[in-house]
Design a protein around this ligand. Structure first.
Ligand SMILES: Nc1ncnc2c1ncn2[C@@H]1O[C@H](COP(=O)(O)OP(=O)(O)OP(=O)(O)O)[C@@H](O)[C@H]1O
Ligand SMILES: [Mg+2]
Length: 257
């Protein structure tokens, strides 16, 4: 076992508070993310999972009247300070949503969208990015003969994998996923789960899920949120077998939530 290697931390969230107007949605969150791990976020509806994951690339700032305090260190730099380049941050911290939301363009144009914004123009380079990103999400063989066909003609599961490919095309360090399989059938879900396990070799993943089996299958760490608080965060195995907090135990054993 090579377990003594100390893992680099990609995010350190310290004492994060967040308000929508006067309503506090996150309270004193302390949350670290290790490189090349999958961190799952679980908890009942309305507990702040989506709010929290959207703070990690500051997508949350698109919501009016949001106020935050505390610190979010990404690679050691506080992204809540004024000097953050949002375009650069979102290139490094990609996001995938609940329902695949490809742009109404071709498969090819969906994948090259981000790289083009960041200045890549050469067709050869773009072609390579398309092939590599689609191979990374195990979609290449299914679509290589129709790259110019509309993305909206793909199945739901394929659309979701395309959206992951689109996020990967800018070579992010971190991939945020908010319930990426909740709109998918079991087979597409399984494909995404297998993909997540492969992707963590190269990327760091933070994933919200309502599916506890999914959390235990794919994640290294699990964080349990309740009413805006992070109740407990630990190795996934521990959270599901022997959590410290009674509330975590009640939730993972299905006694409430
Ligand atoms: N744009 C918004 N404006 C005001 N309040 C909001 C906004 N978005 C979320 N909230 C509130 O913040 C709290 C947390 O919501 P959030 O969407 O983060 O929960 P969640 O854990 O992702 O829930 P679900 O499992 O249903 O997706 C809720 O009380 C919600 O009503
Ligand atoms: Mg949510």
């Amino acid at each position: 076992m090579i377990s003594a290697i100390s893992q680099r931390q990609v995010f350190n969230v310290n004492d994060l508070n967040l308000w929508y107007g006067n309503n506090q949605a996150l309270k004193n969150i302390q949350f670290d993310v290790n490189e090349n791990e999958v961190t799952a976020i679980i908890g009942p509806s309305g507990c702040g999972k989506s709010t929290f994951i959207k703070t990690l690339n500051l997508m949350i700032q698109m919501v009016p009247n949001v106020k935050m305090s505390g610190e979010i260190l990404f690679d050691g730099k506080n992204i809540l300070s004024n000097k953050v380049d949002l375009v650069e941050l979102r290139k490094n911290v990609g996001m995938v949503f609940q329902k695949g939301n490809p742009f109404p363009q071709s498969i090819y144009d969906n994948v090259t969208y981000g790289p083009k914004i960041h200045g890549t123009k050469k067709k050869g380079v773009l072609d390579e990015i398309v092939e590599k990103s689609l191979k990374d999400v195990a979609l290449w063989d299914e679509v290589k003969d129709r790259l110019n066909a509309p993305a909206l003609g793909l199945s739901g599961g394929q659309q979701q994998r395309l959206c992951i490919a689109r996020a990967l095309a800018t070579k992010p360090e971190v991939l945020l996923m908010d319930e990426p399989t909740s709109a998918l059938d079991p087979i597409s879900t399984m494909k995404i789960e297998e993909l997540v396990l492969e992707l963590k070799e190269k990327y760091t993943i933070v994933m919200v899920t309502h599916n506890m089996q999914q959390a235990s299958r794919v994640s290294d760490k699990t964080a349990f949120f309740l009413m805006g608080e992070l109740v407990e965060m630990d190795n996934t195995e521990k959270i599901f077998s022997n959590p410290e907090d009674k509330r975590t135990e009640d939730y993972v054993t299905g006694r409430f939530g």
